[in-house]
Design a protein around this ligand. Structure first.
Ligand code: G3I
Length: 336
C-alpha cells in the first residue's frame, strides 16, 4: 500500500511499538506490524503467571516460543511484566489457605521471580516493566505515596518496599552481566493528577535513596504512561503528568496507548474524527517532548483484536485499513 510507515515518520523522535500475541506474527498481521513498528511488547505471554508450570516450577516454554518468533524479525522487545497484582501465580505471595506469606518468604519469592526471569531473557529485551500498576486509581493524599499504594498481595505480604526490592533484584542481575536494559515503573490513569503525583513522589524517593546508597546511580530508569484514554481525556492533563515525570530526570515510555471511541456499534464519522483529533493532540505533545520519550507503543494492531475491541480504540480498523487516527498520527499539525 501507499501508507507511510509510522516508524519512518517517527525515526528521529522515538520507537514505535505495538502489543503482540503469537497470532500477530504471521501473514498480513505480521506485514502490518513490521511495516509500522520497530518495538513490541507481549500483550500477555510474558506476564508472571505464564512463567511457572503446575508444579510451581519455572517454565518459560510458551514465553520463549513468542520471543523466538520476535527475534526473527527486526523488532526490539520490551519486557512486560515482572511484578503485578494480576496474571500472577498467587502462591508467590499467598498461601493455599489464603493467608499472605511472611515478609521473608514473599520477599524471597519476589527476588527469585525477578532474578530468574531477567536472567532468562537477558538482552533479548531492551527494557522491563519491573512493577506494574502498584498505585491506587485516584489517591486521596498523593503526597503520601505509601498510603496511595494498592493493597495487593505483594503489598500485604512485604509492605511498601516491595517496589524498591523488585527494582534492586532486577538491577543486580543487569549489573552482574553488564547488560544494557532499562527498568520501568508502569501504570494507567496517568492523566489523573493525584495518581501522577503519587507516582512522582514514589519514584523520586526511591531513586534518591538508591543514589545515596550507590554513588549517584539511577535505579528506576523510566516511567511508563500506559495511555488507555478515551474521548473525555484532556490532553492538557497528559501534558502535566508527562512534564512532571520528565522533571525527575527519568525517561518516559508511552507503553499501552489506545483511545476508545463509541462502543458496541460501528464507529460514526464524528467518533472517528474526535478520536483522530485526540491522537493528533497526543502526538503533538509527544513530539514536543521527544528528547525524553523512549517509545510510543500502541496496545494492539487493529480494532478487531483490541482488549477494548467494542470501542474501536486503535489506528487500524477491523479489516486492517487505516482510520482517520492513523493520518492524525502521521501528521498531527496538519490534522489539527
Ligand atoms: O488464554 C486464555 C484462554 O486459554 C481462555 O480460553 C480465555 C477465556 O477467557 O482466556 C484467555 O486468557 C485471557 C488473556 O487475556 C489472553 O487472551 C484472559 O481471560 C484475559 O483476562 C486476558 O486479558 C488481558 C488483560 O491484560 C489481563 O489483565 C488483555 O488481553 C491484555 O490486553 C491486558 O493488558 C493490560 C496490561 O497487561 C497492563 N495494563 C492494562 C492492560 C489492559 O487491561
Amino acid at each position: 500500500t501507499d501508507l507511510q510507515p509510522l516508524k519512518e515518520v517517527y525515526a528521529d523522535y522515538f520507537l514505535i511499538g505495538n502489543a503482540v500475541s503469537i497470532s500477530d506474527l504471521v501473514g498480513q498481521r505480521l506485514d502490518l506490524l513490521n511495516m509500522h513498528h520497530n518495538l513490541v511488547t507481549a500483550e500477555n505471554a510474558m506476564k508472571p503467571s505464564y512463567a511457572y508450570n503446575t508444579a510451581r516450577q519455572f517454565d518459560f516454554q510458551a514465553q520463549d516460543e513468542l520471543v523466538n518468533l520476535i527475534q526473527q524479525q527486526d523488532l526490539a522487545l520490551h519486557g512486560h511484566v515482572l511484578i503485578w497484582h494480576q496474571q500472577t501465580a498467587e502462591w508467590l505471595h499467598t498461601s493455599d489457605d489464603g493467608l499472605v506469606l511472611s515478609r521473608e518468604e514473599a520477599l524471597a519469592n519476589l527476588r527469585k521471580h525477578v532474578k530468574t526471569t531477567v536472567e532468562h531473557f537477558g538482552e533479548q529485551v531492551i527494557s522491563w516493566d519491573v512493577v506494574n500498576e502498584a498505585m491506587n486509581d485516584n489517591p486521596a493524599n498523593p503526597a503520601d505515596w505509601r498510603a496511595s499504594l494498592r493493597q495487593s498481595g505483594w503489598y500485604q505480604a512485604i509492605g511498601a518496599d516491595y517496589i524498591k526490592e523488585a527494582f534492586i533484584a532486577a538491577q543486580e542481575v543487569i549489573n552482574e552481566n553488564n547488560w544494557d536494559i532499562s527498568l520501568y515503573y508502569n501504570d494507567y490513569n496517568d492523566d489523573n493528577q493525584n495518581k501522577a503525583e503519587a507516582i512522582y513522589q514514589m519514584v523520586k524517593e526511591i531513586n534518591q535513596e538508591y543514589a545515596k546508597e550507590h554513588n549517584g546511580e539511577q535505579l528506576i530508569d523510566g516511567i511508563g504512561m500506559q495511555g488507555h484514554y478515551n474521548l473525555n481525556t484532556n490532553p492538557e492533563n497528559v501534558r502535566l503528568s508527562l512534564e512532571k515525570f520528565i522533571s525527575l530526570g527519568v525517561e518516559v515510555g508511552v507503553t499501552e496507548l489506545d483511545v476508545t471511541a463509541g462502543g458496541e456499534h460501528a464507529p460514526t464519522e464524528r467518533e472517528l474524527q474526535a478520536q483522530a483529533y485526540l491522537y493528533a493532540r497526543l502526538f503533538q505533545l509527544y513530539r514536543e517532548h521527544a528528547a525524553h520519550i523512549s517509545r510510543v507503543t500502541f496496545w494492539g494492531l487493529n480494532d478487531a483484536t483490541s482488549w477494548r475491541s467494542a470501542q474501536n480504540p486503535l489506528l487500524f480498523d477491523r479489516n486492517l485499513q487505516a482510520k482517520p487516527a492513523y493520518y492524525a498520527v502521521i501528521d498531527p499539525d496538519r490534522f489539527i
